[in-house]
Write a protein that binds this ligand. Structure first.
Ligand code: GLA
Length: 388
């Protein structure tokens, strides 16, 4: 190459470089943060101190999340009068979350819901997990993902929505599960008033993964009435009936003509105490519904409270949802503002693969192998009833 060519070549490279920088600069200028995130101290736990991240969008909706258990501590949404209402159960401070409580607002893992007798087999190897729910394993064991400290990073989605990225590495053998599992849970607050949760995970040994969030919703506000007057429409024509320890029998049963039929808006109160064996096993609703068409475009469920005018729609990529009506809440927990959380004072819609999938060959598999990426997304959207 002569000097002339070399100069020309260098010039071209420089131009290319500048161009690249310009493109980068431009992209950064275009996307501005649509909302805010404020980090504050949330106290200390035996494993270290934790923070509370309060995320707001430009429409005034707010969510507060702590990196202890990835817990959604409060969720403030506008009601029919425009006043912000807290619609999730929880505590004012970390001490509440360190005490006994039924997973309020937490990330659940490594396996959300029950695994029969705490046992499964992978590649002829038997694994034994804690039996922390009668004879069964529930929600990841004695110290599930709801009780660990996650690494937190404030971030922004490609569209500019505020995000909190939480990461946790679950050691090989933790709570009896095989494989080191690297998990990321990203909470995003969009300007559609969606709280979107994106879960990803990778493992170095074949394992089972089923992640969810255990928010307890009361759309009339957490210091309001119970959820018996809420109405729900659920796009699920089947559910998975259970035995008396809430382990699926393996069958998929039609909801039609049973208290499990929510194909049109139905008051929760209508079937919750029905003279029905399945309802009795759950002490109300505590069952996995098989979603007809899981999608992020169409809601699988709509719940509404006439009292507040708040509507919640939820979307998911998961094949099922555990609909739980807070049957075990018994008035022994004093939550935010000292409010007593009585029986059925909230409902949960835990998106998931079906319970006990590791032992049910006909259910969609929850196995995750090295080299694969577990992906799951759920969004809860808040609106106000149009007619009010
Ligand atoms: C899930 C279970 C319920 C109950 C709650 C926590 O929803 O299905 O049976 O254990 O978690 O109390």
């Amino acid at each position: 190459m002569n000097i002339y060519c070399k100069t020309l070549f260098l010039f071209a490279i420089t131009l290319l470089g500048c161009n690249e920088k310009k493109v980068e600069g431009k992209a950064k200028e275009e996307v501005k943060l649509k909302g805010s995130i404020i980090k504050s101290d949330f106290g200390s736990t035996p494993d270290g101190s934790v923070d509370l991240y309060t995320i707001a969008n430009e429409r005034g909706m707010k969510v507060a999340i702590t990196n202890y258990g990835g817990i959604v501590q409060s969720l403030m949404v506008p009601d029919k009068t425009g006043v912000l209402l807290d619609v999730v159960l929880g505590f004012d401070n970390i001490e509440g979350y360190l005490g006994e409580h039924p997973y309020f607002g937490a990330v659940i893992g490594r396996y959300g819901n029950r695994i029969a007798k705490g046992r499964f087999t992978i590649d002829s190897l038997d694994y034994d997990l804690a039996t922390n729910n009668g004879p069964n394993h529930l929600h990841g064991g004695d110290k599930g993902f709801d009780k660990v400290i996650w690494t937190a990073e404030q971030s922004m989605s490609g569209e500019g929505f505020p995000q909190l990225k939480l990461r946790y590495v679950s050691a090989d053998g933790e709570e009896g599960y095989p494989g080191q599992l690297s998990v990321e849970v990203v909470y995003t607050l969009t300007d559609d008033n969606d709280l979107r949760i994106d879960y990803t995970a990778r493992t170095d040994k074949t394992t089972h993964v089923n992640l969810t969030n255990h928010a307890y919703f009361n759309l009339a506000g957490v210091d309001g009435d119970d959820i018996l007057n809420h109405e729900m429409k659920l796009e699920a024509s089947k559910y998975t009936p259970v035995d008396n320890t809430l382990i699926p029998t393996g069958a998929l049963a039609e909801v039609a003509d049973t208290p499990f039929d929510f194909s049109s808006f139905t008051k929760i109160a209508k079937g919750i105490d029905a003279d029905d064996r399945q309802i009795k096993y759950g002490g109300g609703y505590d069952h996995n519904f098989v979603l007809d068409e899981p999608s992020m475009a169409l809601p699988f469920v709509t719940v509404r409270s006439h009292e507040s005018g708040v509507i919640m729609k939820a979307f998911t990529t998961e094949p099922g949802v555990q609909f739980y009506t807070g049957n075990f809440l018994d008035g022994t927990i004093n939550g935010k503002g000292g409010v007593v959380y009585g029986k059925r004072s909230a409902l949960c819609l835990e998106t998931q693969h079906y319970p006990d999938s590791p032992n049910q060959k006909d259910f969609p598999s929850t196995l995750l192998k090295p080299g694969e990426t577990y992906r799951s997304t759920t969004a809860y959207r808040f609106q106000v009833m149009p007619s009010l």
